[in-house]
Write a protein that binds this ligand. Structure first.
Ligand SMILES: [Zn+2]
Length: 401
């Protein structure tokens, strides 16, 4: 299976300039090709094939107006075209209903102001990890890398990314052999919620760690400050950089939290079931913000690849299974309940049910996992008990203490 390994890059000023040029050239090639296809479409001419676009690029590079394209690696430009072709294929497959997942829109033009700039080098480009630990990128130079963990084998490609906070990363694609863990006994269902980040079918409720919630608060404050600054002023620029940095810190902290939690869940359980996220559907409601903040999709993707990597079962439950309407003890469905109802008593069997735990148990059951449902039962007096920090980060233990 293919996995991505990301590392921070520290390009020298001269390399930063070369990278900026490469990002710019890749963007121009992408946008030119997109414009050519759109023009053909609007003129009623046939769709320009990948080969035609590639041939056009060769011609354009020989013209004086676009001669500067030869200053960057040819592979980077080809890969920009490959990105466009992939975007079109996904769009067409989505139109014809042959593609799973969310609907893909038409490819859109890239901008210098996009939050994320990226270029890709394939093996053809002869990028190389040097014995001194630097990453040799053609026409960029030997860029220092912080190797936060070892790269398990020779990568087949590397994407160089610059994020909105101005940081550079190398993202390697590496072919990895699964390494199954010894079999574990427990199986678990997970309900991804709004109050808690996740609720498990064994009754545990996992809240995002304190440091992440603090970073999120700081980000919101910075965003408010930014919105008060007048456009086009130097103060606004300063505030914008602060927001980007705060944003990057939140994203990093959240990713760490997701990694630790997903690794623990996969290590401790033989099978894991989650609800297929209705993020697309929910995303249109007023809950949208908190949902995107929670970053569930990234977390579920981690669970999925780690399950494959470590030989665990991973189940995704259809989003139309009424997990919050069915009693997990007796299976009787007693209709939808408004979101503010956190606990209720089953009219059939009399059990007191916690909305989230009950849903997590139902997720596990829908996946065919035999979980014990006993802790889905709550006693009425315990309903409003204090939620503690879930021990997913060493710091959260300290905070809870
Ligand atoms: Zn019941």
């Amino acid at each position: 299976m293919q996995l991505r390994y990301n590392y921070r890059l520290y390009p020298a000023p001269r390399q930063q300039i070369a990278l900026a040029k490469a990002f710019g050239c890749a963007r121009v090639v992408f946008n030119d090709a997109l414009a050519a296809r759109e023009a053909a479409y609007h003129a009623g001419r046939p769709y320009l094939t990948d080969a035609q676009l590639s041939a056009q690029l060769t011609v354009v590079k020989a013209t004086p107006e676009r001669a500067w394209l030869t200053e960057v690696s040819a592979v980077v430009l080809q890969q920009a075209l490959a990105d466009l072709n992939t975007a079109y294929r996904n769009f067409f497959a989505s139109l014809h209903g042959t593609r799973k997942g969310p609907k893909m829109g038409k490819p859109h033009f890239r901008s210098r102001k996009d939050h994320r700039q990226a270029i890709r080098f394939t093996a053809n480009a002869q990028f190389k990890v040097l014995p001194n630990g630097k990453l040799r990128l053609p026409k960029i130079g030997d860029v220092p890398v912080r190797w936060s963990r070892p790269l398990p084998s020779t990568p087949s490609s590397v994407t160089v990314i610059k994020d909105s906070a101005g940081r550079c990363f190398a993202s390697f694609v590496v072919e990895t052999e699964p390494s199954p863990l010894p079999e574990a006994e427990p199986v678990i269902g997970i309900d991804l919620g709004l109050n808690d980040f996740a609720v498990l079918s064994d009754g545990r409720k996992i809240t995002a760690p304190q440091f992440l919630r603090r970073a999120e608060k700081r980000l919101k404050r910075r965003q408010r400050e930014l919105s008060r600054k007048r456009k086009g002023t130097r103060n606004r620029d300063k505030a914008r950089v602060k927001v980007a940095r705060a944003h990057a810190r939140v994203a990093d902290a959240r990713r760490d939290f997701h990694h630790q939690l997903s690794t623990a869940l996969i290590r401790d359980n033989q099978a894991v079931a989650v609800e297929d996220l209705a993020v697309q559907a929910l995303g249109r409601t007023r809950l949208a913000k908190s949902i995107h903040d929670a970053g569930w999709a990234g977390f579920v993707a981690m669970l999925e690849y780690k399950a494959r990597l470590y030989g665990r079962e991973f189940h995704r439950i259809g989003r139309f299974t009424p997990t919050s309407q069915t009693c997990s003890l007796c299976g009787v469905k007693d209709g939808p309940k408004p979101l503010h109802i956190r606990t209720w008593q089953c009219r059939a069997c009399g059990a007191w049910l916690d909305r989230d735990i009950n849903a997590a148990v139902n997720v596990a059951k829908a996946a065919g996992l035999a979980v014990t449902a006993c802790r889905a039962q709550v006693r009425p007096g315990l309903v409003l008990a204090q939620r503690g920090e879930a021990g997913t980060h060493p710091k959260s233990h300290r905070d809870a203490a």
